[in-house]
Write a protein that binds this ligand. Structure first.
Ligand code: PLP
Length: 416
């Protein structure tokens, strides 16, 4: 091991505290120190190369070190890195808002509220949904409905929508009032008083990510939209994971022609370069916040609409056009389906494979953590969720590299 690698690891173990990580096991292990990226590949401090099999925790879209995103950031750095959005406009935020709204039919999602990450995008939607009711004569509608096993982030409001026991049980009772349902049947069976006191329903459209990559039945989203309309309840779509091409279309809601009242975007918004989020909403929501200071939305962060983040997001949208990302993704989605079926046929320890666009979950009959660890030795980095290996590489990955990723999982599974 190189001296600098050893020093970084020692400092990490002595000083750092990692997300979602039992630190005692972490400090007993030997972490990889990632130092470079190139396309779908990452390199560690010892010079070893790995495929980025989970897009650096579901963020990266067009690959690492992309020349167009790099150039946009360097250009923006030559202008200014950050200016306050509180009291001032900035060019990149204006441009990005136009570009984001243009991705939806005119007159639907036409306002953009920026924040910092997926959790804050959800937090904004929740607060807007509550305040909207206060200002439209329904102040008793303060509740939310979420789905079992949902994941919407870790800040206190977003965590109260979380249905994963290990992550959320401890804090849920300290958060906002939320009713959990398993599916549409359970939603329809809710008592009238619960429905009448609900401000909004929140869902990860098409597929629940943290719930081991579990797709919803086809048509479910459209039925949910209809139910919300029938009961005068807002629909919040959490496209933090599914947004920006992951499901094969730009946004998951486009598969079922659904327009939500609030759309939360983060992870892939900047192509996976910088932390930034957006909550999109409609004029009918926005208009309820007009009419004087007492009706304004008092919410924001120091780095709201950070120009570097906006520049990266704009450049990422350019790349979608320039490289025809969604078009060239379609054959790779078909290849992924083929490789999943072949893997399942070859590997008796696999009990289920699930796919939604370019997102895959491979469920084993055992803990998937050792399999992911073994896959490293075959040049693949990814993370397990319980018994499931997640595979969702950057959209730019080549066919041969996708095959390589599957070979790594196959080899790792046969060893563990
Ligand atoms: C990751 C994620 C979040 C939280 O986003 P952060 O940027 O980690 O705060 C929320 N919802 C979904 C569906 C996610 O995948």
């Amino acid at each position: 091991m190189r001296d600098d690698t050893r020093a970084w690891i020692e400092a990490d173990k002595a000083r750092c505290w990692h997300p979602f990580t039992p630190q005692d096991a972490w400090t007993a292990g030997e972490p990889l120190v990632l130092v470079r990226g190139e396309g779908a590949w990452l390199r560690d401090s010892e010079g070893r190369k790995y495929l980025d099999g989970n897009s650096s925790i579901w963020t990266n879209i067009h690959g690492h070190n992309h020349p167009h995103l790099n150039a946009a950031l360097i250009r923006q750095l030559g202008e200014v890195a950050h200016t306050s959005y509180l009291g001032f406009a900035n060019p990149r935020a204006s441009e990005l808002s136009e570009r984001l709204c243009a991705l939806f039919p005119a007159g639907t999602l036409d306002r953009v509220f920026f924040s910092d990450d997926g959790s804050t995008a959800i937090e904004c939607a929740m607060k807007m949904a509550i305040q909207f009711r206060q200002q439209t004569g329904e102040p008793e509608r303060t509740g939310f409905i979420a789905f079992d096993q949902a994941y919407h982030g870790d800040t206190l409001g977003a965590a109260s929508l979380g249905g994963v026991a290990r992550f959320h049980d401890r804090f849920r009772k300290h958060g906002l009032p939320v009713h959990f349902v398993a599916d549409l049947d359970a939603l329809r069976a809710l008592p009238d008083d619960v429905v009448a006191s609900t401000a909004a329903v929140v869902i990860e459209p098409l597929i629940q990510g943290v719930n081991e990559m579990r797709p919803w039945p086809a048509g479910m989203l459209r039925e949910l939209r209809a139910w919300c309309d029938e009961h005068g309840i807002h629909l919040i779509l959490d496209e933090v994971m599914t947004g920006f091409g992951r499901t094969g279309k730009m946004f998951a809601c486009q598969h079922e022609d659904v327009i939500p009242d609030f759309l939360c975007l983060a992870k892939g918004l900047t192509g996976g370069y910088l932390p930034m989020a957006a909550t999109l909403t409609t004029s009918s929501v926005y208009d309820a916040f007009l009419g004087g200071p007492e009706r304004a939305f008092y919410y924001g962060h120091s780095y709201t609409a950070n120009p570097l983040g906006c520049a990266a997001a704009l450049a990422s949208l350019d790349v979608f056009e320039n490289e025809r990302t969604l078009e060239s993704l379609q054959p790779k989605i078909a290849l992924m389906a083929e490789l999943l079926a072949a893997l399942k046929a070859d590997c008796p320890a696999i009990i289920d494979v699930r796919q939604c666009g370019f997102i895959a979950g491979i469920e084993f009959d055992r803990d998937a953590a050792p399999i992911c660890l073994a896959a490293r030795d075959h040049g693949l980095l990814t993370r397990p969720i319980r018994n499931t290996v997640v595979l969702m590489p950057p959209l730019c990955i080549t066919g041969p590299d996708l095959r390589r990723a599957f070979r790594a999982i196959d080899a790792a599974a046969s060893e563990k």
